[in-house]
Design a binder for this molecule. Sequence first.
Ligand code: CTP
Length: 210
Amino acid sequence: MKFLITAGPTREPLDPVRYLTNRSSGRMGYALAGAARHEGHEVLLISGPTTLDVPPGVDFIQVETAQQMYDAVHDLIKGVDVAILCAAVADYRPVACAEQKIKKSADKLVLELERTPDILGSMRTVFGFDGKLIGFAAETNDVIAYGRDKLVRKQCDMIVANDVSKPGIGFDSRENEVILIFPDKEVHLEQDTKERIAMQIIEHATVIEA
Ligand code: CTP
């Protein structure tokens, strides 16, 4: 099967030397790419900036902003059987990127932000993707209810939900503990390394019925 996986944070520039980003390390997405490749699948990894090595045998596209990630997914989604959108895409970006470095002047500086394009939300409706679609949900409360709502709204086949309020798992850590949310059931994956969690997610992804 052909997999497309997004990973890592995005960077939204403010001026030539500054950007808005988040704490995503990219580890979960890279582990998924490695696991899918290990199972013999063709894998395209589209990633924001990380310090990680690309898993051997994985095709790789590096992007920086949410818009670049959106454009790359749009351009490359044709022929993909399974899309796993794991990237921690910035939800907002500065309305404008200053051409020159913003100098300090007043005591307060107000940034004006606008929504970035929703890649996961565009997969079915804008890109016409009809393969298996897997999204991620990071929640601090009501994990299953919010995850299930996302599953329906974004027309996904599976949501990988995690509770980011728990210390030691999820964002910027080596381990994760997730709940896989399907239309008809939930599967809890106990805390483990992101590599072992990734193997289990890939196993579940490959048996979703078309
Ligand atoms: N996502 C995306 N494009 C965006 C934002 C998010 O593709 N511009 C994807 C992520 O890769 C992830 C899922 O959407 O698969 C996360 O959904 P989102 O609604 O952004 O999640 P939260 O930030 O957890 O939700 P909310 O802000 O609604 O709490």
